[in-house]
Design a protein. Structure first.
Length: 302
């Protein structure tokens, strides 16, 4: 690392809004610490739901990808992030739906090509730290699973000149090997606390739907077991308390996706201070010496 080279964080996400939910705090904190932050979003989010009732129309859905770009821009302004890129894929919707079979979708993308697109961004921006999802994509969404695979692939290949040599010869780039790779996580204790408070409000979250069959309940429990990250597996907790106002404001900018009664918003910013005043990660790989537990994604680098 050159002495004048800024420490750089790259967060890799599936859709606009994912970045703020999982890493909005660390992005804002890094900016305030004088570090560079680059967001890489893999899809256009064109198949997301629209939670505003009077905008849930065919016309709005046709232009949803463009709408979400504007929402992302507004959210990044709240966080202070000025650099973001998109890999150029279409939202893959959910398994079993028509959008998942769309040849333009991220789920149908050629993996070597998709990894190459992210490798190009890694070599261009030269991040020292990358964050992504775990192999379940956090909650099983096809685009989140693909994002994990592509981010891990880019981590492995970006520093190897044998991969995508045309980027080096024709693109003027150099190999670049990031130093730390993290998977973001919501600790089980946080999900449990939020679920219990929602029960007090007469709402459910993280529970089988009412009237579910025994088979559906069993499938739900398997899914939840993969979603919940035991607290003891968390390696890194970053205090984002000072940035929660900005994070909450950024969440509200994703207006088509995040209604004010969403479990992440219903408690307000004070609820975030109570339940989730930190952002948690699992250190997947490192090319520097580390000491667990950590409180900074740049620990061992700075």
């Amino acid at each position: 690392m050159m002495p004048d080279e800024p420490l750089t964080l790259m967060t890799v996400h599936a859709h606009p809004d994912d970045e703020t939910i999982g890493t909005g705090g660390v992005m804002a904190a890094a900016i305030d610490a004088g570090r560079r932050v680059v967001l890489a979003t893999c899809t256009d989010g064109a198949l997301g739901e629209i939670v505003i009732a009077d905008r849930d129309t065919p016309e709005e859905h046709r232009r949803l990808a463009a709408t979400r770009v504007l929402e992302l821009e507004a959210a990044m302004a709240e966080l202070g992030v000025t650099e973001w890129e998109n890999l150029g894929y279409r939202d893959s919707d959910m398994m079993g739906r028509a959008g998942n079979l769309d040849p333009r979708s991220f789920w149908q993308a050629d993996m070597d090509e998709a990894i190459g697109r992210l490798v190009w961004l890694v070599r261009r921006y030269r991040p020292h730290v990358i964050t992504t999802y775990n192999d379940f994509g956090g909650y099983g969404h096809p685009d989140h699973i693909r994002t994990h695979l592509v981010a891990v692939g880019a981590w492995q290949r970006s520093g190897d000149p044998a991969w995508y040599p045309q980027q080096l010869a024709d693109g003027g780039l150099e190999p670049w090997a990031p130093l730390k790779l993290y998977e973001q996580a919501i600790p089980a204790s946080v999900r449990s606390a939020m679920r219990d408070r929602l029960r007090e409000l007469g709402r459910t979250w993280g529970e089988p739907p009412e009237g579910a069959t025994d088979e559906e309940r069993a499938e739900f429990e398997v899914r939840m077991a993969r979603m919940l990250i035991p607290d003891e597996q968390i390696t890194t907790k970053v205090d984002v308390g000072p940035y929660l106002d900005r994070k909450f404001a950024a969440l509200l900018r994703h207006a088509t996706q995040m209604s004010t009664d969403h479990p992440f918003l219903v408690f307000g910013v004070e609820g975030w201070r109570e339940f989730w005043p930190f952002e948690a990660f699992v250190l997947r790989e490192a090319r520097v010496e580390t000491a667990i537990p950590e409180t900074d994604l740049f620990a061992g680098i700075a």
